[in-house]
Structures are given as C-alpha cells and as structure tokens.
Design a protein around this ligand. Sequence first.
Ligand code: DC
Length: 229
Amino acid sequence: MRQITIAIDGFSSTGKSTVAKQIAKELKYIYIDSGAMYRAVTLFAMNNGYINSSEFNKKELIQNLGNIHLSFRLNEKKDLAEIYLNKVNVENEIRGLEVSKLVSKVAEVSEVRRMLVKQQQEYGKEKGVVMDGRDIGTVVFPEAELKFFMTASAEKRATRRFDELISRGDKVNFEEILKNVEYRDLIDSTREDSPLVKADDAIEIDNSDLSLEEQFEKIYKLVKKKIKN
Ligand code: DC
C-alpha cells in the first residue's frame, strides 16, 4: 500500500489529536502534534520571562529562537511520542491552562511559524505521516493526499477540555475554559500569518454528535479508500 501524508486541521479541542493518533497507529505512520510544538515554544517564552498575561516581549523571543530545540521521543509505556524542549520532557506541562491562554499570541509570530513549519516539513519528507494542527493542509503540506477539517460547537469542545483537565487533577472553571476556546478560535482564524481556514480540498467533519469510535470509523474508511488508489 502506498505511503501518504494525512493533514488534520481544525479548531481547538475538536479531537484532532485523538483521531490522528488512532489513524497513525493503525497505519504504522508517524504522528506529529504540531500544536505541541507551538505550546513548547510558549513554555520556553514563559520560563524565560518573555511572556505573561499582561506583557509579551516578541523581540526577545525572536532573538532567542535559536536556543529552542524541540524533539519528539517515544514513551514506550504509552506507545506515544512525547515532546521535549531542550532535552526536558514537557508533554504534561504544555497542556495546562496557563500555556493554553498564551499560546495563540506566540503562534501569531511569523518567525516562530517559519521555524516550526520547517521542522514539520522535515518530519513529513518521507511521507507516512499524520500531522494535526491549524495550517497543515494549507501551509505545511499543501500537497497532502488527504486533508480533514474538524469542527464541533464551542460548548462541546469546552466540555471535552474541561473533562480532560479535571481528570488531570487541575482546578478549572467551565466558563473560563469556554472563554479560552472562543478566544483561541478568534485569534487562530483571524491572525495574518497562516490563519485557520479550511483548505479547498479538505473533507469537513463535524464531530459534535459523533462518538470517538464513530469518528474514527468515518475517517479510517476514507483513509483506506485513498491508500488503495
Ligand atoms: O492544537 P493545540 O490546541 O494544542 O494548539 C495550540 C495552539 O497552537 C493553538 O491555539 C493554535 C496554535 N497552532 C497553530 O497556530 N498552528 C498549528 N499548526 C498548530 C497549533
């Protein structure tokens, strides 16, 4: 069967990464979570005092991009790749609400995007990759053989995110999460550089009322059809 590139874009908390991981596992493809890369750069900026809730020193971040080294390493117990920032595993730290609140600001910076897109394209050079994000089908892999665009209502997405954070043991408030989801939608889809838009040739999947199994079945059917062609 031929190796292809699968791009999965969409709004935050639409379950992109869940289905991307399932598809990659089934096909024995590499899975890359491009959002984790933007989150790790945000954590770097936070740790170095370049960004907080009231200030963002973009210039300092841009000047220090060369000091950021990102890599993915397999966690054999979980059978999943986890992200490392300068050799430190930050997989858990980047998922907190603090990083979520600041990441859209960092993802607006063109210099950050250029650096990360280059690394993402490197990961996909050999094909056999499933990557999820916001600009994968439009900017990173415009030639991807298969593109999906995931949507769901903001309330559904906030509920999923709330359940996820509560199960991690975080103390969170539903209204705050809903506000964050809506805020990120707005910034992600209106920023100047690589806004979140559906690629013309992407297949739109609204999963508001789909279970994880139904979503996987629907997408995997389309994937199988494509790789057989
Ligand atoms: O998928 P996520 O929620 O972990 O992504 C975190 C943020 O990173 C999101 O608010 C937008 C940004 N992002 C992006 O701009 N481009 C991507 N390819 C992936 C994520």
